[in-house]
Design a protein. Structure first.
Lengths: 139, 139
DNA sequence: ATGCTTGCAAACAGTTTGCATCTAA
DNA sequence: TTAGATGCAAACTGTTTGCAAGCAT
C-alpha cells in the first residue's frame, strides 16, 4: 500500500553538501553571507541563491538552526537547543551558558493556548573586546 | 562647571508624539507599518521615514522595545521585560506567561564575560486559530 | 526519463539615508 | 537663531523568486 501523500524527495547535491559542511566547520555563528563565502572558497560557481535555499532547506530539516540577530540571521549546527549571546556593539554571537529550560515551553503552552514547539533566548550585552574598546574611548 | 560632552537635545515634535501614542494605544505587537498606518490615520502627511526614525529613537530611549520576528520587527510599549510567543503560521505575537528570569543575565555574564544588559525570549508555536485551520485541512 | 536543483538576474520587503526645508526651543 | 526633525525619494541590505538548463536518482 502506497502512502497517499507524495513523499518529498530530497537530493544530495554537491552544493547542498558544501553548505552543510560549511556550517559544520564553523564554531562561530556565521551569516548566510559567511557561509556563501566559505562555499565559494571550495567552488566559485555556487550562487548565493543556492546557499540561501539550502540554508532554509537544512533549517526545515532541523539540521541547522537560525538565530535572528540584528543585521541578519545567523546559522548554527543544531546539536541541541541552546541560548545565544549577541554583542550589541559588534554583533558577535556566542553560545550562552544557561541550560535550555524545557519546562518553560509547557508553561507557556498552558498559559497561552499556543502549541509551543521551542523557544529561543538571546542575551544582549557587550563582548569583552568591545568592553575594552569602550573603556579606552571613555569620557 | 559645564559638562564636557554636549547634551543631546530631543524635541517633542507632533510626529514623535503620534508615534509613541500609536504604540501606546495598541495591545498587540504592531509592525512599523502598522504604526505608520495608525499615525497616518491622524495625520496623512507623516512619512514612513519619520515613523521608522522615531521608532528607533524611542527604542533608544527605552520607551519601547522591539521584538525581532520573521517578517520584520514588532514593537511594544516597554512596561517591563517579558517574553513573547510568535505563531510560526501567521506571525501573530502575544506576551508569554513566564516571568522574566533576571538571574539568568548574571549567570551568562559570569559564564561568557559579556556585560549582559538583558535577554529576550521568543517562544515559537502555533496559535489557537491556526491550530484550528490546520486541523480542518488535515489529511 | 523525471522532477528536484541550480545559476542567473531581477524582484522584493523592510529599513535607512541624503538633502533641502521646516520648526521646537 | 539654530540644531534637531521632517518629507521625499533614492539607496541599501538581506533574502526570495521566475525561468531555462542541469543533474541526482
Amino acid at each position: 500500500m502506497r502512502r497517499s501523500s507524495v513523499a518529498i524527495q530530497r537530493r544530495n547535491t554537491r552544493q547542498r553538501t558544501l553548505v552543510l559542511e560549511a556550517v559544520r566547520n564553523r564554531r562561530d555563528h556565521p551569516t548566510a553571507e559567511d557561509i556563501y563565502l566559505d562555499v565559494r572558497a571550495h567552488d566559485d560557481r555556487v550562487s548565493r541563491a543556492t546557499v540561501y535555499r539550502n540554508l532554509r532547506f537544512l533549517e526545515g530539516e532541523h539540521a541547522i538552526t537560525c538565530v535572528k540577530a540584528p543585521g541578519g540571521d545567523r546559522f548554527d549546527l543544531r546539536l541541541d537547543d541552546h541560548a545565544h549571546v549577541v554583542c550589541t556593539e559588534c554583533g558577535a554571537v556566542v553560545d550562552a551558558t544557561v541550560p535550555y529550560d524545557r519546562d518553560a515551553d509547557d508553561a507557556v503552552a498552558t498559559g497561552t493556548g499556543y502549541a509551543i514547539t521551542t523557544h529561543r533566548t538571546i542575551f544582549e550585552g557587550i563582548c569583552p573586546a568591545c568592553q575594552q574598546k569602550l573603556a579606552n574611548t571613555a569620557n
